[in-house]
Each structure stands twice: as C-alpha cells, then as structure tokens.
Design a protein around this ligand. Structure first.
Ligand code: NAI
Length: 335
C-alpha cells in the first residue's frame, strides 16, 4: 500500500461544499490513500468557533503543508478580510499558478488555447493597507517590492524553462504607475537575462486585455502583479468555457494550497448545478505536487473522457447533469 497523504481540506461556502464533496469522492477511488483534516473558514467558522480562520486550521496547514480549498465568500465593502488573501500571505504562497487550456470535446469560443497565468500572490493592492485620511478621502496602498517581484519572475522563468514554454510577457501599467510597476518590470527584465532561450516581452495591461480577446494565441505565459492577475484570470477562463473549468495552485516554499479560480458562486449554491471540474483539475495539480503522477494522469484522462463523450456535462458548459452526476461519470470513467 502507498503512502497516506494527510491533506487539510477547506470545503468553503456557497458552492464550495458541493464541488469539494464531488472532488473528494473522485480522489477516494484513485487508489491514493488520503487522510482529510476538514476545517470551516470564513463566516461559517466564525459562527462555530468565533474565529474566521481557526487556529487549528493554521496548525493543520503548517503540519501537512498541502491543502485543498473550496471558495470562501468575502464581504464586499466592509466586514472581515478575505480568507483567501490572508492564507496566501500567512504561508507566503507567493506564486498563483493558473493553466488555461481547452478540454478535448468541449466547444468553446477559442479552440486550442494553452496559456499559463502566473500571478504574484502576496503584494500589490492586496496588502490591505487602506485608511480614511479625512472624511471622503481614502488612501489605499499598493506595495511592490524587489524581493517579491524577483521571486515571482524567477518562478515564471523556471516554470517556463522546465516545461518548454516559448515566451513570457510581463503585464504592467508602468506608464502610469512608473515606480511600482516600473520596479516589477525591472525585476522581470533582470531575471529574463538568465533565460536566453525564452523570449521576453512587456505589454500594458489595457492593451493586453484587447490583445487577448482578439488573439489569445499570441501569448504563452503571462507574468502579472496580484490585481492584474486576478482580473486577467477570469477573462482567460472565458476562452476555455468559463470559471467552472479553470484550476489553480497557490505555491510557496513552505506550503501549497490548491483551489479553483472561481469564487463561491452564491447565485447557484445549494442547487447541485455547479461544475466541479475546476476544483477537480486543481486536485490533479495537487496529485502532481504529491508525486502521485499516475493518479494525476488517470483523473485527467477520466475528465477528458467525460467531456469527449458529452453525455454528462454540467449546465455551465451546455449539459444538463448535476454536480453529483458529473462526479459519478468521472468515477465511472476512472474504471
Ligand atoms: P464567482 O466566481 O463566484 O462567480 C462568477 C460567475 O461564475 C457566477 O455566475 C457563477 O455562477 C459562475 N461560476 C463560478 N464557479 C462556477 C462553477 N464551478 N460552476 C458553474 N458556474 C460557476 O464570482 P463572484 O460572484 O464575483 O464572487 C462570489 C464570492 O466568491 C465573493 O464573495 C468573492 O469574494 C468570492 N471569491 C472567492 C474566491 C476564493 O475563495 N478563492 C475567488 C473569487 C471570489
């Protein structure tokens, strides 16, 4: 029998528990042994434990160094700080890795897209430093550091070099934010010099959005600051069928948290209609990370089979199946 992987599991809220349940059921039949340490986070955790992120959850990630996480709702314009951002900062998960790739068999607006989004995950506008200077005037700080920019650029170039990617574009607004985005670019440029086989380019964020929609094939790997990466990820998800499909990983030296790009989707929560593919493909990234390459390939192949057969797809991609039914189809495809 193989090693048992102890994983911190955060089902989250909204559609989180439904998609997490589907993914855990699928992972349980891969033959890989898992022990799940399950924790609430956000409003649900506060009701139960009086804490938005229970201490036991932090200790569990510290111990296991790997977590699988469903989305957690963040109140808009007030309330508690984002659980996602807090966990990324706490564990210095500085690299947010999001592959955007078509699934075989699924017709989308753009066929054959194969893009990698690498988003800086701890700095920028997400440092949460905001205050009211005087009534009616709010100051919000964007923090860009040489250390943070250099390490995410190194991550991007190392990834590209290892996986045969042909070019990296750093995306910026250094024409306006001359110092902060200027520093981000300078660091990316410096790092790029160590990788002469990878073509390096720089595009301004607003033009990039237009270029992406006109012709996403001109890009290969995008290197972005935190906020730009957040926005561009959702835009690129639309190329391959929407947010129900795009996986993600938050990676750092000490821990890794695997989660989909999408949020808690309150508009469809509790109806058994959410597409669990995005979290399932995030769990495939987790299997690779755990060294379980055989299981990773088998789950990927099973997902592709279900999409190619087109019989058991969820509503967001033109099917009629529920979340549970889709998971059952993947389990059947796993044999
Ligand atoms: P969202 O990503 O939850 O939903 C946007 C749209 O995509 C909705 O129409 C939703 O129904 C659809 N969608 C998302 N995931 C889907 C899936 N798996 N299957 C089918 N359709 C899906 O974004 P929204 O509505 O802006 O945010 C809702 C909440 O989620 C907010 O509180 C936000 O802060 C939070 N959020 C949490 C994230 C996380 O935990 N990592 C990431 C993004 C947002």
């Amino acid at each position: 029998m193989g090693k048992t992987h102890t994983i911190t599991l955060i089902p989250g809220d909204g559609i989180g528990p439904e998609v997490t349940d589907a993914v855990v059921r699928i992972l349980e039949v891969t033959g890989v042994q898992f022990a799940w340490e399950r924790f609430a986070a956000g409003a649900g955790a506060f009701e139960k434990h009086g804490e938005y992120i229970p201490k036991e959850l932090i200790a569990s990630i510290e111990r296991n160094r790997v977590a699988l996480k469903g989305p957690v709702t963040t109140p808009v314009g007030g309330g508690f700080p984002s659980i996602n951002v807090t966990l990324r900062k706490k564990f210095e998960l500085y690299a947010n890795f999001r592959p955007i790739k078509n699934l075989p068999g699924l017709d989308t607006r753009y066929p054959g897209v194969d893009l990698i989004i690498i988003r800086e995950n701890t700095e920028g506008e997400y440092v949460g430093l905001e205050h009211e200077v005087v009534p009616g005037v709010v100051e919000s700080l964007k923090v860009i550091t040489e250390k943070g920019s250099t390490r995410i650029a190194k991550f991007a170039f190392e990834y590209a070099a290892k996986h045969g990617r042909r070019n990296i574009h750093a995306i910026h607004k250094a024409n306006i934010m001359k110092m902060s985005d200027g520093l981000f670019l300078r660091c990316a440029r410096d790092v790029s010099k160590g990788y002469p086989d990878i073509t390096y380019g720089e595009h301004i964020i607003d033009n990039t959005c237009m270029q992406l929609v006109m012709n996403p094939y001109q890009y290969d790997t995008l290197l972005l600051e935190n906020l730009y990466g957040d926005i561009v990820s959702d835009l690129c998800a639309a190329f391959v069928g929407g947010l129900g499909l795009v996986p993600g990983a938050n990676l750092g030296a000490e821990a890794a948290i695997f989660e989909a790009v999408h949020g808690s989707a309150p508009d469809i929560a509790g109806k058994d209609v959410a597409n669990p593919t995005a979290l399932l493909l995030s769990s495939v990234l987790m299997l690779w990370h755990l060294g379980e390459s055989g299981a990773a390939e088998r789950v990927q192949t099973a997902v592709e089979k279900v999409y190619t057969e087109k019989k058991t797809l969820t509503r967001d991609v033109g099917g009629r199946a529920g979340t549970r039914e889709f998971a059952d189809a993947v389990i059947a495809a796993l044999g």
